[in-house]
Design a protein around this ligand. Sequence first.
Ligand SMILES: [Zn+2]
Ligand SMILES: [Zn+2]
Length: 272
Amino acid sequence: MAETCKSCQDSLVLALDPEESGDEGETVPDDLLLPCGCHFHWQCLLDQSASITSSLTCPSCSRYLPSNSAAAGGSSSSSAAQQQQPTPEILTHYTNEGGVQPDLDIYPTLAEEAYLAAHPEARPARAFHTLAAEGEIQGMVELLTDLDSPAGDDDNDDADREEDGPALSATQILTWRDPLNGGRSALHVALEAQQEEAVWLLLWLGSGARGEDFPEAVVQVAQAMGLPRRGEGLAAGEDVRFVRDERGRTAGDVCLELGSPWTRLVEGGLFN
Ligand SMILES: [Zn+2]
Ligand SMILES: [Zn+2]
């Protein structure tokens, strides 16, 4: 194949880690084709996410990339969305180890990368939201524990990290609103994914809900994991129950949208 990456000029494959593949020198395809006809490695393109999302042009040939025109919006129902520009759509053809994705919109990934490059402190918070959506409560607890004990044992670039700005505390992560996801908190995300264990964990760690409002099974798990009730004495702004997303919804509002059995949390007074 003659095509090479427009950024690094290497062939459009990715070398596998021999320790994982068991085979020295094995490669898999890694070919991201932009609408302009230029090819890139996935990571090589993401490395230029900030300039692409601001210019919306190919970093190699400078052609305009979005496939939707600015007139595409307009049919949206919410007034807030009407004031915004329609989100650009950059349809690519991506071939990797998993196969071919013929109409992959790369814009959301680029926007996320650009945001995280400018706001590195948001990276653990985004990871925390992903864990909440997957109901990975062990991972959520570990992430918060690591934040509270910054030993720096897994990284040798502490100097770099300090330049990135202040890291978020565990309390800040619990109430962090994701600008890339409608201002949702981890509790919004866990509720919408209907991850019940994650929902209870977030309420346990991040709310002032009364102890008797928690099911006995939840209390037992939390105590077995040695989890503190952080919630007691929280200010209203630090209580996960009262964080609103960009549409003004609290977690209780999400429960009412979801319907049974989630409405029972609201009816039981947990969100009062
Ligand atoms: Zn490359
Ligand atoms: Zn191009």
